[in-house]
Design a protein around this ligand. Sequence first.
Ligand SMILES: Cc1cc2nc3c(=O)[nH]c(=O)nc-3n(C[C@H](O)[C@H](O)[C@H](O)COP(=O)(O)OP(=O)(O)OC[C@H]3O[C@@H](n4cnc5c(N)ncnc54)[C@H](O)[C@@H]3O)c2cc1C
Length: 346
Amino acid sequence: MNIVIAGAGYAGTVAANLLARKGRGLKVTVVSPHSEFVERVRLHQEIAGSGPATRPLSEMLDSRVVHRKAAVEKVGDGVVELSDGTSLDFDRMIYAVGSSAAAPEGTLAVGDVDQAREAARRLRALEEGATVTVVGAGLTGIEAASEIAEQRPDLAVRLVGDEIGASLGDAARRRVVEVLSSLGVEVVRGTWTAVDNSDLTLWAVAAQAGDLAARSGLDTDETGRVRVDPQLRSTSHPNVYAVGDTAAVAGTRASCQAALPQGAHAAKNVLAELRGDEPKPFSMSFVGQNVSLGRQNAVIQHAHRNDVPTRIWFGGRPGAYFKEQVCRFAATSARKGSAVTIPGPR
Ligand SMILES: Cc1cc2nc3c(=O)[nH]c(=O)nc-3n(C[C@H](O)[C@H](O)[C@H](O)COP(=O)(O)OP(=O)(O)OC[C@H]3O[C@@H](n4cnc5c(N)ncnc54)[C@H](O)[C@@H]3O)c2cc1C
């Protein structure tokens, strides 16, 4: 039986490794244009020079998984067309191509590995007193601005957005603002305009699904994400499971916290189908959000099971330590083909 997995991020990698380890008689092929596994949660570190965000994909994939270095160009009925002009037949597919940040001209997207590397090169070349603007004051923008300010205190770092850390609770948000201020980050509330006189402008506004699914005729929602049934199967193509940022899974948001359990669940459902069992509905609870504020600080926000922030949070060095462990745990889960899933609220 041929299983094709499109994408080797958190969702695709955990699915491939779980299938390779637990499935018998399966040929598992991962299609990904990069030979590296990108820890997207560390791309702000890649930019600031405080740590790499990539490692060889061969270190992450089980040796029984075949990696095809190409992009999926089209998903057809039991066949995918690849960017190298070839095609692959599949019995089941796991569609896990993530999301991409469409950065306006003159800016570089924090969430894209190639643009993050370019940003790192340009940042290194900036001289004392130069200005860096980060657009988007959600968690990714906060992480990018604070990481750069900590690593390059000689630069003027500016964070532009309507509201700082809107998804956090009030107390955690206040702490984020305090730490940004202590790092010398200038917070500019409002909408960014293309003329900002900055020496480097980084784009940290929410990423979107690409057009591959819609182009392929998969049923998508208004944001381009693949519509799925409770078992994570495409509502139009039941032999295709869709997971991670690219899937419209009810009750979840784009995060590796959701991508890992979804990838693992889709893989388990493929195995269930092989045994002749019914695939099971997906269910998960969020546990919170964590935002790094440089290497020495962070804010860890606890959440109710429906992802609404509680009053519980902590920060400082314990927060930074916790956040680092979360990032390591996410990569290790993908490599081991296992994910911790707390069942969702009823
Ligand atoms: C700076 C930053 C910090 C973050 N911090 C957190 C955090 O603390 N906690 C959290 O939960 N989330 C965080 N996120 C979000 C998290 O990284 C994403 O939600 C997560 O990576 C989604 O996983 P995924 O597997 O769906 O997609 P990705 O990890 O983006 O992987 C997608 C894969 O698909 C491949 N691909 C793309 N197009 C194709 C194609 N056509 N054919 C084949 N392959 C393709 C890509 O190359 C990649 O390998 C952060 C994101 C950023 C940018």
